[in-house]
Each structure stands twice: as C-alpha cells, then as structure tokens.
Design a protein around this ligand. Structure first.
Ligand SMILES: NC(=O)c1ccc[n+]([C@@H]2O[C@H](COP(=O)([O-])OP(=O)(O)OC[C@H]3O[C@@H](n4cnc5c(N)ncnc54)[C@H](OP(=O)(O)O)[C@@H]3O)[C@@H](O)[C@H]2O)c1
Length: 234
C-alpha cells in the first residue's frame, strides 16, 4: 500500500484516518467539502487536498486515480443520495485492484442475520423518521449505498461502527460478523480506534468482502468473551 485516498477526510473519523495513514508512511489524498478544507490545516503540508462534495463524480475520479486504497466515510446527509452517490463514484472510478474500505453503523445488515435489541431498533426507527421529516439525514440512502457495495465485485470491506466515544487509543477493535454476538454487547468504540481499524483493513485481505461489526478491544464485552472473538491481525 503506497497511496491512499480518504473520502470525507475533514470529519472526526476522517482526520484520525489521515493521522494513522501518515503514520504508516502512506501518501494521502483527502477529499472534503470546500468549506471544511481549513479543518485539515494540521496536515496541509503532508497531504494533497481535493476540495469538493464526496458525491461529485469528477472530484472522486480525480482523487482516487492511482490509489491502492480508498477509505470512505459514508454519511447519509441531505435528501440527495449523498451516501449512495459517494459509494457509486468510488466503485466506478477506483483502480480495479484497489482496497476499498467504507464506514457505516451497526444498523447496516449484510445478510439479515444480525440480531438487534429492541432499544437499538427503536432508536434507528426514530432517527430514520426524524431525519427524513427534517430532510437533513436519509439513513435509507446509507442502506442503499451499502447494498450497492455488497453487490460489487471490487475488493471492498464495510466496517460497521458501534456507538463511538472520544479518548486515547485502546488498540485495534475486535469484530464479529453479526450484531447480537455477545462480544459486541458493550457497543462502544473509541473513534480513534475505529479509524485504526479502517486503515489496518487496507492491508488485511481476510477482510475482503466482509462487513465486520466492531467494538473496542478493552470494552467489557470484548474482555469477557475472548473465545467468541474474531480478531483482525492477531
Ligand atoms: N457517530 C456515531 O456514534 C457513529 C456510530 C457508528 C458508526 N458511525 C459511522 O462513522 C462514520 C463517521 O461518523 P461520525 O459521526 O464520527 O462523523 P464524522 O467523522 O465527523 O464525519 C461526518 C462527515 O460528514 C460530513 N458532513 C457533515 N455535514 C454534512 C453535510 N451537511 N453535507 C455533507 N457532508 C456533511 C463531514 O464533512 P465536513 O468535515 O465537511 O463537515 C464529515 O466528512 C460514518 O460512516 C457513520 O455512519 C458513527
């Protein structure tokens, strides 16, 4: 892995990914909205920034050229297919052999085998309804984006994040194929470690065409159920 594009580089997750990717010695190209370029000032001299909407096909075509890896923050903002437009452009324009790693939440299910608590389902339903009513967030478009990725024959990974918190790194999160696995019960991951998992996934072929649901490696459920874990890189 030499050159990596980070789509959505200026957000909280994106900036952590920029830092991890630079730490690994990768050349980094970041895509972010024009108004957010300043949020990348700390990295200005070390990365190439391509300003623009992440669902702008021309912006993505230019950004992913010659990249061995593409890290994509999939966000369902607005009512104009932002997440699915971003995913479509990345799938269409990334180099054929590139590793593509997308972020989303536990609410995305690849095979319908995930088991969600009543509370989780209620929150998701409310968020979907409120987001659409206010026309600010369209969670169904993130679902559409992931369906598109799951149907693709590219070298993708969809990393499904638990609830996130800030704080120092605890190490690489652990993962399971299905929400409902006891190892995930704590439902908490440090955002810095979510970013670490995304960047490490670029070099982990075992995660190709997987949709790992992750949780912090130091969370109580991860510590209590070590035998149930499917670990990356260990
Ligand atoms: N938050 C959680 O608890 C949680 C839980 C599980 C999974 N996840 C997943 O983690 C990823 C990162 O989420 P995050 O919550 O941590 O946020 P984040 O990293 O701060 O990312 C938010 C992204 O959305 C962009 N954005 C914000 N407002 C926008 C708008 N109106 N139009 C277009 N783009 C806009 C931001 O760009 P700018 O820098 O330009 O504002 C940024 O790239 C997502 O894939 C999410 O599904 C989050």
């Amino acid at each position: 892995m030499k050159k990596v594009c980070i789509v959505g580089a200026s957000g909280k997750l994106g900036r952590y990914m920029v830092r991890h990717a630079l730490d690994k010695g990768y050349e980094v190209v970041g895509v972010c909205r024009k108004k957010s370029v300043g949020k990348l000032d700390a990295f200005r001299d070390r990365i190439t920034i391509i300003p623009g909407a992440t669902n702008d096909r021309e912006v993505i075509r230019q950004a992913v050229a010659d990249c061995d890896g593409v890290l994509v923050v999939l966000v369902p903002w607005g009512m104009h297919d932002y997440a699915s437009g971003t995913a479509r452009a990345v799938l269409d324009f990334a180099e054929p052999e590139a590793r593509l790693v997308f972020s989303c939440g536990w609410h995305i299910s690849r095979d319908g085998q995930d088991v969600y608590s009543r509370g989780f389902k209620a929150i998701e339903k409310a968020a979907t309804w409120i987001g659409r009513a206010l026309r600010v967030v369209d969670i169904r478009d993130q679902v559409k984006a992931c369906r598109m990725i799951f149907g693709s024959d590219t070298r993708w990974t969809v990393v499904r994040g638990s609830d996130l918190e800030e704080g120092e790194s605890e190490g690489l999160p652990v993962w399971s194929r299905h929400v409902g696995d006891s190892v995930l019960a704590s439902n908490k991951t440090r955002r810095i470690d979510y970013a670490l998992f995304m960047v490490e996934a670029l070099g982990n072929d075992a995660l190709i065409r997987e949709a790992p649901a992750i949780v912090g490696c130091k969370s109580p459920s991860a510590l209590e159920a070590p035998s149930a874990l499917e670990r990356t890189g260990t």
